[in-house]
Design a protein around this ligand. Structure first.
Ligand code: ZN
Ligand code: FE
Length: 260
């Protein structure tokens, strides 16, 4: 599946059991975001007859990088590998190592690098305004967020707050199809949120038809994703945490999800 914005096409590539990689395509050239598995990505590239200029890695976990060597070997040519400077020691060899706030040009357009540490330290997200897309992998996900493995919940809340401030029409291209389980959890936090109830119905229909629920629109995440809503009075009071900080409420929601 794919969507278009301006002269860009963003193709979602299902990999492994529930991972998503992405192709960003413009004028016969493409960039790949994350390489969970080589075969489906190589197939998607060949089907479209595009030549790959760049591969972007969001973070060091195997399920986001393990297809890289095969993809580089099979596609050949001069492909720039891009990732976090902070993660240089545990990522494949990078041609461009980036920090929070760095901008770089991809397929002729500016991309802004955002450090979204929490799931891992050094996890990056990439905002590409000309494609109306943000590649968030295991930071902000559809109706969820990544488990906090390396950072703190305070750090993850700060990272999600940065993503929440992107233009609301931004397409959130995240790393996994976890939405159905996320929905079952979200409803325990906000059982009466009408936007959430409506979204859950759409998710059920999509999944029963074998359709992806990713990417999602940021505005919909802001209205329904409990991990973006920890600062709201109604969410705090629902958890009996009205006197607690936003980050503390986020931490409680994240802990509940971990044992859900
Ligand atoms: Zn991960
Ligand atoms: Fe992952």
């Amino acid at each position: 599946m794919s969507f278009e914005h301006g002269s860009y096409e963003i193709v979602t590539v299902p990999c492994n059991f529930d991972n998503y990689a992405y192709l960003i395509i413009k004028d016969g050239e493409a960039a790949i975001v994350d390489v969970s598995e080589s075969a489906p990505i190589i197939r998607a590239v060949r089907d479209r007859g595009v030549s790959v200029t760049d591969i972007i890695l969001t973070h060091h976990h195997d399920d986001h990088i393990q297809g890289l060597d095969t993809v580089l070997g099979d596609l050949g040519g001069d492909i720039r590998v891009i990732g976090a400077n902070a993660d240089k020691h545990r990522l494949p060899k990078l041609d461009l190592a980036l920090e929070d706030g760095d901008s770089f040009v991809l397929l002729g357009s500016d991309v802004r690098t955002m450090d979204v540490s929490g799931h891992t330290i050094g996890h990056l997200a990439f905002h590409m305004p000309d494609a109306n897309a943000a590649f968030t992998a295991d930071s902000l996900m559809a109706l969820g967020c990544g488990r906090v493995f390396e950072g703190t919940t305070d750090q993850m809340w700060a990272s999600l707050s940065k993503l929440a401030a992107l233009p609301p029409e931004t397409m959130i291209c995240s790393g996994h199809e976890y939405t159905e389980v996320n929905a079952r959890f979200a409803i325990t936090i906000e059982p009466e949120n009408p936007d959430l109830l409506a979204r859950i119905e759409r998710i059920k229909v999509a999944r029963s038809n074998g359709q992806a629920t990713v990417p999602s629109i940021l505005s919909e995440e802001l209205a329904t994703n409990p991990f973006l809503r920890a600062h709201l009075a109604e969410v705090k009071s629902g958890l009996n945490m009205s006197d607690k900080s936003d980050a503390e409420v986020f931490g409680e929601i994240r802990r509940r999800k971990d044992s859900f």
